[in-house]
Design a protein around this ligand. Structure first.
Ligand SMILES: [Mg+2]
Length: 252
């Protein structure tokens, strides 16, 4: 275990969804394929690798035929991506029950543990569009851990346009600081399963706990120098202890 960033005790945990909290057994890809074919385009569905990509980045990949980077994109592409993402999100609630996905190990216990602590808050920081995040978290029984004010179904930040992932992380950090202006970046923790999560958090100035729970190995994640890499989310007591600790950088 290697820690590379100074870390104060955590007060706000920012959770990625896919591959970190849950796996949909590729139900999302069914929704993308349906939305793509309904868009009237008769090209073969491109072999996209969605892990860590935002929904709008996936839509841009489908529309342009390459995985980016997209940088500054035209308003026309933004609008086309929005149409495709809306089609995807509207299909998701119907396709989620078609696949046998699951909540990942120790997630329920970790979220419940944070929920009980007055000093800790869970936020969603996800490349999912908000409607997709709601569909997934409701289907897998996790939405209540992120319950927010009326009119905002989940506490967190979501994909809203074709943009780099760190813009989403920055919105989540801003939202957390609106709730508690004293919150420091070193008191925040992004939990994610891909290099995109690590890079997005780094650019937003927030440490990452990287979990090799999906398609990336510990070595692949560690190469991006997150604050900490683990094979899986620890059991609740160990996770709570990890959140409470203060870390100074050490050498690998
Ligand atoms: Mg993920």
């Amino acid at each position: 275990m290697t820690t590379r960033m100074e870390k104060a005790p955590t007060r706000a945990v920012f959770w990625d969804i896919d591959g970190t909290l849950l796996l949909t057994a590729r139900a999302g890809m069914i929704a993308w394929e349906d939305a793509y074919s309904a868009s009237g385009d008769d090209r073969v569905f491109p072999p996209v690798r969605p892990d860590g990509m935002t929904d709008h980045q996936i839509a841009a990949w489908l529309l342009l035929g390459h995985p980016g980077p997209f940088g500054e994109v035209s308003e026309s592409l933004q609008q086309q991506a929005e149409v495709l993402v809306s089609g995807y999100a509207s299909r998701l609630p119907q396709v989620l029950p078609q696949r046998q996905g699951r909540v990942l190990a120790n997630v329920l216990e970790a979220l419940a543990c944070i929920d009980r602590e007055a000093t800790l808050t869970s936020w969603v920081v996800t490349g999912n569009v908000e409607a997709g995040a709601v569909a997934k978290l409701q289907h897998y029984g996790l939405a209540h851990f992120f319950a927010s004010v009326p009119g905002q179904p989940l506490r967190g930040a979501f994909s809203t346009r074709v943009e780099p992932r760190h813009a989403i992380v920055a919105r989540a950090a801003d939202a957390a600081r609106r709730l508690d202006p004293s919150l420091q970046l070193s008191e925040m923790l992004v939990v994610g399963d891909t290099p995109h999560d690590i890079e997005g958090a780094r650019l937003a100035g927030i440490p990452t706990l990287a979990l090799a729970t999906n398609t990336h190995t510990v070595e692949e994640l560690d190469a991006h120098q997150p604050w900490l890499t683990l094979t899986a989310l620890p059991e609740a007591d160990a996770f709570r202890a990890l959140l409470a600790q203060r870390f100074q950088p050490t050498t690998a």
